[in-house]
Design a protein around this ligand. Structure first.
Ligand code: ADP
Ligand code: ZN
Length: 522
């Protein structure tokens, strides 16, 4: 790459052979070419790579890409070389001679992009090498690995903030596909890019229609659903292997071409079922979440969740396997109180630390907020990922057949003023105790039985207030502060409600989950 500095669109066309940037790529590239840090959140396949590859070619010096995935690194480097980009990788897959060769090329200024594993990057030897090289940028791929709240935490990632101290003038672009609000803030804080802009986009899957239905007679409901989608390929997710087996048999007995898939099946059976799902038309896979990787099938027409998924991210990812071809597809979720109790129990019983459990609980609450919302499901989903600038979609159950709502402004005001008066320091349990006038030890010791909102909601049961709080969270009218032990806190949008300037519509009772109480603890 000779003529520098180059124009991004020129590089995009001449080097990568693409006509135009997609989505927010142009903005991001311009920002990084200009020397700015940023955090990029886009779903897989959204086009994150170009966001650092193009700027690396536009700016003088080499672009250093930190990535934990060695296999992917090699693929990327190969692909770049095909395009004539001078790319290399430095990781444990190389022998000493190969590594020396790469280092020599780096020192000689013969590289445009260098992919490096974090543990390699952080060695004093490599940093010394970087000291001598002009640097175009640092790209931190899979940036969620820096957050202890994710599933992919890598301790080396925490040390990446050294990059800023050592090379303050080199722009850093952090990229990830998985980032709910708390994780996102965690990434920014740990990498020291809190003040850098966030570019977030591309989460909407407009061709997927979202429907949430109460789990009452699920088999009959499932049969009606499957009868309306005869001959179409789909996935039915169940929470357990045992349930996968019974439901697959049940489906077969009803005459549907269903196959089971879970990690307990023989490897050969699993491979065969997977293969049939991909190659034959209209096969229904009944599966646990073990069925996930490598489902490269564009015409999956529906994804059913017979049981609650674990989190909104999981739900988004699992439903995202439908409709990759862009044609209309369905996501159907059965929502029942037993699942909620089961998930709570699982969490309580896990040996994770308190902080971790707190995060999990708040993620579950967010999922329940999605299930109980009276508003557009897509808007709730997207706002969970940070896309707030959206309109009701017209392609989800609540848009298509609006649920009965009631004026929940007064309930909302009671909750919000209770948060305010108790100092925004408590989770839902305590807040509900105060609202319903429950004189617990904690309530008494904090003097919360003396405040004005004590007992202000005692005419309604705790389950009512739980649902109100979830819906307010789903509407973004209050927030869960994970840094403060999951405390419910007010935000800028809470105040117009408190001041009576904004009305709040809530789902009319009963929310599906609140209906049958079968002695399960809530
Ligand atoms: P991510 O890293 O976000 O998962 P990639 O960077 O691998 O996504 O991009 C996904 C696919 O989209 C790749 O095949 C890539 O070549 C293609 N792509 C990305 N941006 C563009 C664009 N502006 N024009 C055409 N194709 C693009
Ligand atoms: Zn909608």
């Amino acid at each position: 790459m000779s003529a520098r500095p180059a124009d991004p669109v020129h590089v995009l066309r001449e080097t990568f052979g693409f006509e135009a940037f997609r989505g927010r790529q142009a903005e991001i590239v311009a920002h990084v070419v200009g020397g700015g840090d940023c955090l990029v959140v886009m779903p897989t396949g959204g086009g994150k790579s170009l966001c650092y590859q193009v700027p690396a070619l536009c700016r003088p010096g080499v672009g250093i890409v930190v990535s934990p995935l060695i296999a992917l690194m090699q693929d990327q480097v190969e692909a770049l070389r095909q395009l004539g980009v001078r790319a290399a990788a430095l990781n444990s897959a190389l022998d000493a001679a190969e590594a020396r060769q790469v280092e020599r090329a780096l020192r000689a200024g013969e590289l445009d992009l260098l992919y490096v594993a974090p543990e390699r990057l952080l060695t004093e030897r490599f940093l010394d090498l970087l000291d001598e090289s002009p640097l175009a940028l640092f790209a931190i791929d899979e940036a969620h690995c820096v957050s202890q709240w994710g599933h992919d935490f890598r301790p080396e990632y925490l040390q990446l903030e050294v990059l800023h101290r050592r090379y303050p003038s080199v722009p850093r672009i952090a990229l990830t596909a998985t980032a709910d609000g708390p994780t996102r803030r965690d990434i920014a804080a740990r990498l020291g890019i809190e003040d850098a802009p966030l570019f977030l986009a591309g989460f909407d899957r407009p061709n997927i229609r979202y429907t949430v239905t109460p789990k009452l007679e699920p088999r009959a409901a499932l049969k009606r659903f499957l009868d309306s989608r005869k001959g179409e390929a789909g996935i039915i997710y169940c929470m357990s292997r045992a349930k996968v087996e019974t439901m697959a048999e049940w489906c077969q007995a009803q005459g549907y071409p269903a196959l089971p898939y879970h990690a307990g099946l023989d490897r050969a059976v699993r491979a065969k079922n997977h293969d049939r799902f991909l190659k034959e038309d209209g096969v229904i896979m009944v599966a646990t979440i073990a069925f996930g990787m490598g489902i490269d099938k564009p015409d999956v027409r529906f994804v059913v969740h017979l049981d609650l998924p674990k989190t909104i991210e999981a739900y988004y990812q699992e439903t995202g396997r439908a409709g990759r071809d862009g044609l209309p597809s369905e996501a159907l979720l059965f929502y029942g109180i037993e699942d909620v109790a089961r998930l709570r129990q699982l969490m309580a019983g896990s040996d994770a630390g308190e902080d971790h459990k707190r995060v999990e609980r708040s993620k579950l609450e967010a999922l329940l907020g999605f299930c109980e919302t009276a508003h557009c499901r897509r808007q709730v989903l997207l706002s969970y990922f940070g896309e707030t600038d959206t309109k009701p979609c017209g392609n989800c159950d609540t848009c298509l057949s609006p649920v009965k709502t009631r004026d929940g402004t007064e309930d909302a005001q009671k909750v919000l003023s209770c948060l305010y008066r108790t100092g925004q320091r408590y989770g839902a349990v305590h807040v509900i105790d105060v609202l319903t006038g429950h004189e617990t030890e904690k309530v008494k010791s904090q003097g919360h039985n003396e405040i004005k909102t004590f007992g202000a909601g005692k005419d309604k049961p705790a389950s009512h207030w739980r649902s109100v709080i979830r819906q307010l969270a789903a509407l973004g009218l209050l927030e869960v502060d994970l840094e403060r032990h999951g405390a419910l806190v007010l935000n800028g949008d809470s105040w117009p409600v408190l001041r009576g300037e904004r009305k709040v519509e809530l789902r009319d009772e009963p929310a599906p989950v609140a209906a049958p109480r079968r002695g399960t603890k809530r």
